[in-house]
Design a protein around this ligand. Structure first.
Ligand code: NAP
Length: 329
């Protein structure tokens, strides 16, 4: 009996390592590097959400090293401050600003944007990078919105609309939306009221895919609305990377993911497409597109549905405006 268990466990372990190894070969083989030697960002302002961790931290560090003024929009001010200090020390660039924002809270976004508008004269690149992925535990934001949709879609939507005048001040500008390939398994339909605020969803993890499809619908609608303004809007999948997004509420799941994460792309490999979409000269006039591995990617066809894009925009406007924040801005 013991022998059988030993064989099963060994087979499971070998299979796990083998799959991990194949995943690593695939992610390494498909990853493309953005050629950044000639990039100089002196005089440019880059706003990036979720800059205290994972891919956002990698992008913030890169932008700082290239001389940009970087606005780190972070929820966790303790890790945010540590990363700000680290980036200033490493890059010698003291134009690294740390501001607090909780993307799941409309009030917090209003307060954040008021500060940005009061202190900044322009934003050259706005990178919507932060995201939340719940696995099993259902959660609702302070505004009564399902937490994944609140953080990943309504938050960036509201922030973009509030910063629009500042963005429009002097073109060219870029808005970059970090989405995910897993939008392909989404069933999100903005025509269905329950999908817009899925507080009764049975599996919060699935909401992540839905929110990432919403990111694409938002990107394509915004790009159309901004045509001719000099502001481009593009979305991207960064690749599957070893970051904190893989932390779940389940210890057992975290343990089994712990080794698997080692086979995924590193942060540095994974930020290449974000850098490409944010900085590449060849994309200067390209808008309303989706990128993967530093080249054009294919979205699921429901992301291309113009009617869904328009409906999501209208419904999002209603949702972010209907919450009475009692603010005097
Ligand atoms: N890693 C992957 O395999 C992968 C694959 C496809 C797409 N992506 C996308 O890549 C982007 C970056 O993810 P990552 O892998 O770097 O994940 P991560 O390491 O978990 O970082 C997520 C960042 O978002 C911030 N965030 C979460 N909720 C927030 C809120 N309510 N308000 C403000 N900030 C909040 C986190 O801040 P705290 O530190 O406060 O939690 C953290 O800084 C995301 O858009 C994700 O969907 C990642």
């Amino acid at each position: 009996m013991k022998m059988i268990w030993l064989i099963i466990l060994s087979a499971w372990f070998i299979g796990y390592i083998l799959i991990g190894f194949l995943v690593r070969c695939w992610t390494k083989f498909t990853n493309r590097h953005f050629e950044s030697n000639n990039i100089n960002l002196k005089g440019k302002t880059v706003l990036i959400t979720g800059a205290n961790n994972g891919l956002g931290k990698g992008v913030a560090r890169f932008m700082a090293n290239k001389g940009a003024r970087v606005i780190m929009a972070c929820r966790n001010m303790k890790t945010g401050k540590a990363v700000q200090d680290e980036i200033i020390r490493e890059s010698g660039n003291d134009q690294i600003i740390l501001l607090n924002v909780d993307l799941s809270s409309f009030r917090s976004i209003h307060e954040f944007c008021s500060k940005v508008i009061a202190t900044e004269t322009k934003i050259d690149i706005l990178i919507h990078n932060a995201a939340y992925a719940g696995f099993i535990k259902k959660a609702v934001s302070a505004d009564g919105i399902e937490l994944t949709m609140a953080t990943n879609h309504y938050g960036p939507f509201l922030m973009t609309t509030l910063l629009m005048d500042l963005l429009k001040k002097s073109a060219p500008r870029r808005i970059v939306v970090v989405t995910s390939k897993c939008h392909s398994v989404s069933y999100f339909t903005p025509q269905n009221e329950k999908h817009l605020n899925p507080i009764d969803c049975w599996l919060p993890l699935y909401q992540y895919s839905n929110s990432k499809l919403a990111n694409l619908l938002f990107t394509f609608e915004l790009a159309r609305r901004l045509e001719g303004t000099g502001i481009t809007v593009n979305a991207l999948h960064p690749g599957t990377a070893n970051s904190e997004i893989w932390q779940t509420e389940s210890r057992i799941m975290n343990l089994s993911l712990y080794i698997f994460r080692k086979f995924l792309r590193s942060v540095n490999e994974s930020i290449q497409t974000t850098l490409y979409v944010s900085l590449s000269k060849e994309l200067e006039n390209v808008t309303g597109k989706y990128f993967r591995n530093c080249k054009l990617g294919k979205t699921h066809k429901i992301a291309q549905n113009t009617s869904s894009q328009k409906i999501l925009w209208k419904e999002s406007e209603k949702i972010v405006n209907q919450i009475n924040l009692g603010l005097t801005l």
